[in-house]
Ligand binder design. Sequence first.
Ligand code: APR
Ligand code: ZN
Ligand code: ZN
Length: 361
Amino acid sequence: MPQHVRGVIAPGRNEPVRIETIVVPDPGPGEAVVRVQACGVCHTDLHYKQGGINDDFPFLLGHEAAGVVESVGEGVTDVAPGDYVILNWRAVCGQCRACRRGRPWYCFDTHNARQRMTLLDGTELSPALGIGAFAEKTLVAAGQCTKVDPAVAPEIAGLLGCGVMAGIGAAINTGNVSRGDTVAVIGCGGVGDAAVVGARLAGAAKIIAVDIDERKLAKAKEMGATHTVDSRTADPVEAIRELTGGFGADVVIEAVGRPETYRQAFYARDLAGTVVLVGVPTPEMKLELPLLDVFGRGGSLKSSWYGDCLPSRDFPMLIDLHRQGRIDLGAFVTETIALDDVEKAFARMHEGDVLRSVVVL
Ligand code: APR
Ligand code: ZN
Ligand code: ZN
């Protein structure tokens, strides 16, 4: 029997979000219905609402979530009803050329539930990043559910489903930060702070946080940055060089997604160093660099998709490290809110004093 639940939809470009009754079908083959317990409010949800991702309105928003599997469809063996899971938006296929070559974190054919959730009148909903978790229950592909230790509260665990995983993964997976490395992080929102946490976890010797907002720099320091640079008052490239013996950092993580900050990252790294782009640019942005500098400075320029994470490997590991007190994922939760407060949370994002608002159901 399809179920009726409350969920937050974005009805049309720039229209306020609202609560609607959502029809959740029973899970078909390879699918699961999850009772959502918590879901963080991410910039990507706001981009959907603004029409910045595509025009497939209405969207069922929310994608940074944890909850309990309620039911599974035919052929599902990895998760079972009652399992506590974090939802991911890159369920790997196991069949594409990346998966077959043993690099499933690059999977080029990730998948979502086949059936659609709808409004009461039958209008099909587009779930944000194939999840749609600002709802009491949601339908996903079973591969989007990763079982983790239930001892960690859902408002904390769910954050690994998107921004926090992207940032930690940018440092430990894409940037390959190692013991003794110097690391700079440009842009210290939720993603950049998570990169700071990842760099610290990996044993970086120096972690330099760069931002244009002093509140963000203070928070980055709490998260493990050893030095901060306010790039409104100091040239970040010069400052990073000065803090690294005149050379630049081994790994520079760009967590803003703009050409200016990418250029800073490019020139703030040491010879043969690594730049990681985890900030997401917009379609009109262009980058111009002297090709001789690209060649002459060597090293690698990498992009980080979702922290190049493999949910089945990384989510349980990070949850365990949090339980052991070796990382503090709770520090990313600024406030917990109700399902009705998502619109207000979007407004608060702009004020810059929130790392994450998390809807608790
Ligand atoms: N130089 C340095 N920092 C900057 C600059 C700049 N020119 N412009 C903005 N920032 C800082 C902001 O002050 C803020 O602290 O970058 C940070 C961005 O943080 P958030 O807006 O909270 O965004 P976040 O959720 O961390 O995501 C960052 O990663 O996944 C992507 O789409 C996401 O592109 C976005 C980026
Ligand atoms: Zn694949
Ligand atoms: Zn997100």
